[in-house]
Design a binder for this molecule. Structure first.
Ligand SMILES: [Ca+2]
Ligand SMILES: [Ca+2]
Ligand SMILES: [Ca+2]
Length: 367
């Protein structure tokens, strides 16, 4: 089927007609073409092609009444209210533009053409013939937005484009940003370093990371952030885009964002989750932290009279042991028994496993 329009016989009265053209290509011409066009006629073509394409339009014939700034008869090419071209006449002058070899390209997939004639066509101008076709938009190279179309790689094809990610990343369901899987790690050592992925290079977008730190009961985790800290923030709203949070039992620290590190955090817990959320835009360097586990502190025990203890320290913490013994001539008496040594342990709750024993003078004559 031809996409050519049937000539529209409009002659005497002012008439406005709208014609819709769709498909990958087509042509249009002035009423009665190749005969002279009628007077007092308006004809409007709306051309659209599928999404992902733009329209290229050019004229193979053009012959219209010349007038100053094309005020009598003209052809106007518009898109979304913007005039792309206004043509009239038979040759180029200072005030009249003819299409000649010019190719008009629509920014998107639609275009409209308006033909208008005034009250006379006595010179019998023949009008115009124009052709259009859909051409692919190279989305990967036509980046008008500030944000990149694709986070990592952009692939153009006819009628569309798609994004892909560098090795190790996954394409988010937005089909644009590249996220990471970052929630499997459990840190069980008593100290360690963790950081945002790729730190200090910008962290991945659209990601939700959970880092668990689990140490034995009786230890308390302390977290110190690195001075290099850069998490996307907002001047008026608290961390609406990206944030770091620390959950320790029922306590929560944060959200943290901006360029100032949170400093030292004493969690009082042996079980901590570091949560990091990033949205789909921005390039920020991220964060790094060092954690250390310190045991519960036991009170320094009093040395019993004539007693000795080993080791002597200014402080004792969870898992430390003390061995009590007595000076020569004395023995430990604990729960009615004489012993050479007696061990106590600093427990998870910060108490000793037993009270300190006594030293009793050994009296061989009574034995
Ligand atoms: Ca005219
Ligand atoms: Ca394309
Ligand atoms: Ca962000």
């Amino acid at each position: 089927m031809s996409l050519l329009l049937a000539p529209l016989l409009v002659s005497v009265v002012v008439d406005a007609q709208l014609v819709s053209l769709a498909g990958m290509y087509g042509s249009l011409h002035s009423p009665n073409f190749p005969e002279p066009y009628p007077r007092e006629t308006e004809l409007h073509w709306n051309i659209s092609v599928p999404d992902g394409f733009q329209i290229k339009l050019y004229f193979s014939h053009f012959d219209m009444e010349p007038s100053y700034l094309c005020e009598y008869d003209y052809v106007k090419v518009e898109t979304e209210g913007e005039v792309l071209a206004l043509f009239c006449g038979t040759q180029e002058t200072d005030t009249e533009v003819v299409p000649a070899q010019q190719v008009i390209t629509s920014p998107r997939n639609s275009l409209s053409v308006l033909f208008s004639s005034d009250f006379s066509n006595e010179e019998r101008y023949s009008g115009f013939m124009a052709h259009y076709s859909a051409v692919d938009i190279d989305e990967c190279n036509d980046r008008s937005d500030e944000d990149l179309l694709c986070d990592h790689f952009c692939h153009n094809y006819i009628g569309g484009y798609y994004c892909s990610c560098r090795y190790g990343y996954l394409l988010h369901t937005d089909n644009r940003t590249c996220r990471v899987e970052c929630s499997d790690a459990v840190f069980r050592e008593r100290s360690g370093i963790l950081s945002s992925v790729d730190f200090p290079a910008p962290y991945p977008k659209s990601s939700e990371c959970l880092y668990r730190i689990e140490v034995e009961l009786g230890f308390r985790l302390r977290i110190q952030f690195d001075p290099t800290f850069d998490v996307e923030d907002h001047p008026d709203v608290i961390c609406p885009y990206d944030y770091v949070k620390i959950r320790a039992g029922s306590r929560e620290f944060g959200p943290f964002c901006g360029d100032q590190p949170p400093g030292l955090i004493e969690t009082d817990s042996n079980n901590v989750t570091v949560i990091f959320h990033s949205d789909n835009s921005g390039e920020n360097l991220g964060w790094s932290l060092t954690y250390t586990a310190t045991g519960s502190q036991c009170p320094v025990p009093e040395i019993p009279p004539n007693g000795l203890l080993n080791p002597v320290q200014s402080g004792y913490s969870f898992k430390d042991h003390i061995l009590f013994s007595c000076e020569p001539g004395y023995r430990i008496l604990k729960d009615g028994e004489f012993l050479d040594h007696f061990q106590v342990d600093c427990q998870a709750d910060g108490s000793w496993s037993s009270s300190a024993p006594q030293c009793q003078k050994t009296d061989s004559t009574r034995r």
